[in-house]
Ligand binder design. Structure first.
Ligand code: FAD
Length: 379
């Protein structure tokens, strides 16, 4: 749990809490009174840079602070527990699956991405009616990509997508799945559909029709696609778990105040036993979820294999967040479902978390496979 943190992380926690209080809350108030979103975003980025938070997700080679999983967990949880829209601009976008890129790929994609000159996106999910997963043939110095990715966050605005592609074997039998960087203005790429999900994220469905991609756009080696995609997914899953834990803390704090306030029945809701039982369940589940979150963050820092534990954490924390926010809405009443209510916004946010970076049921299957077929995981 966060109370057993080493001294530097206690200082980081206090710095982040002060940042929320002194920077984010006033900026959020300006947003609520109609100030320009882009100006406010620039203000958050400038203040976050000054506070040393902005580049926490950047490697040192990019002038980043490059902190460990535990430090990131602490900061992400506090930011989410503030339930402020402007908090989404505190961190610079990280390198994602391009993190280990070298040579031309680094120069033309990773470097501009880290300088904020290019925008990337991640293409993994395929449409239900795809005849086969996105594939490529090999043709000299190029691969030729055909297929579709159905849910690419930020895909309509991005310059490129890092997509999982099955590359057919060449004459020597060299092929396999790989993450491939595809320019979104390349001939044969079409943005088929732009759409928004309930938590406000903007996405695109993308079609590739015989898109010729230079071979050096393949990240790493052929056959490494799945581990590379999943390596990054694991980091994002831990980040989502921290955000889910922050959300549940905010919801519980909101309910705590609500049930102690006067109620039209003449008795504060918190004096009723039935309400207390529900409230206790919220606290029990939040305690378990946060314990799991911090244990997993420490495991990630230790360098041990953490894939199974991070999946468990992501499933549990996002599902508990869903239950707690749902229970909070029930205890607060119909007002909580009116448009613009902070619980209504949070309800949409936590619902999406059970799909993003792996649907709960699919992760459950992988957790079972991790033990039964691969004998991995400490649990
Ligand atoms: C906010 C948000 C952002 C996202 N961003 C991205 C992104 O940037 N890039 C990207 O590639 N994707 C993204 N996604 C997509 C997300 O990764 C997928 O929605 C998720 O992986 C589930 O895939 P699916 O939607 O195709 O559902 P399916 O795989 O069709 O699964 C639907 C349901 O069917 C059941 N099911 C499926 N397969 C099995 C099985 N083998 N055994 C038992 N039950 C099964 C499960 O209950 C599952 O929940 C995003 C999604 C959301 C909500």
């Amino acid at each position: 749990m966060p109370e057993m943190l080493p001294e530097p992380l206690v200082a980081l926690r206090e710095k982040t809490e002060a940042f929320v209080r002194d920077v984010l809350v006033p900026v959020e108030e300006k947003l609520a009174s109609g100030a320009n979103w882009h100006d406010l975003r620039d203000r958050v980025v400038a203040a976050s840079t000054e506070a040393g938070l902005f580049t926490m997700t950047h490697p040192k080679s990019y002038s980043g602070v490059e902190v460990g999983a535990l430090a990131l967990t602490v900061v992400r949880e506090i930011l989410a527990a503030a339930n402020l829209r402007v908090a989404s601009h505190v961190f610079a976008p990280g390198p994602g699956v391009l993190g280990t890129a070298t040579g031309a790929l680094r120069e033309h994609y990773l470097d501009p991405l880290m300088r904020g000159e290019k925008q990337g996106s991640f293409g993994f999910t395929e449409p239900d009616d795809a005849p086969r997963p996105t594939w490529a043939t090999q043709d000299g110095d190029e691969i030729v990509v055909t297929g579709r990715k159905s849910f690419v966050t930020g895909g309509a605005e991005a310059d490129f997508v890092s997509a999982l592609v099955s590359i057919e074997p060449d004459a020597e039998g060299q092929g396999g799945k790989a993450m491939v960087v595809i320019d979104l203005d390349a001939p044969g790429v079409t943005i088929e559909r732009k759409f928004r999900s309930i938590e406000g994220g903007e996405h695109a469905a993308i079609r590739f029709e015989e898109v010729r991609v230079p071979r050096w756009h393949v990240i790493g080696n052929l056959g490494e696609g799945m581990p590379r995609a999943l390596g990054n997914i694991s980091a994002v899953r831990l980040a989502l778990s921290a955000t889910a834990c922050g959300c549940m803390q905010w919801a519980i704090a909101y309910v705590t105040e609500h049930i102690q306030s006067p109620h039209r029945s003449g008795i504060p809701l918190g004096n009723r036993e039935g309400v207390r039982l529900r409230y206790a369940d919220m606290r029990i589940e939040a305690y378990a979820a946060r314990s799991m979150l911090y244990r997993s963050a420490r495991l990630v820092e230790s360098g041990e294999n953490d894939v199974n534990e991070v999946m468990c954490t992501k499933v549990y924390c996002t599902e508990v967040a869903g239950r707690i926010v749902d229970a909070a809405i029930q205890l607060v009443g119909g007002n909580a479902l009116t448009e613009g209510h902070p619980l209504e916004r949070m309800y949409r946010e936590v619902r999406s978390m059970r799909f993003a970076e792996g649907a709960s049921d699919i992760l459950r299957l992988n957790i079972a496979k991790g033990k039964l077929d691969l004998n991995k995981g400490i649990l």
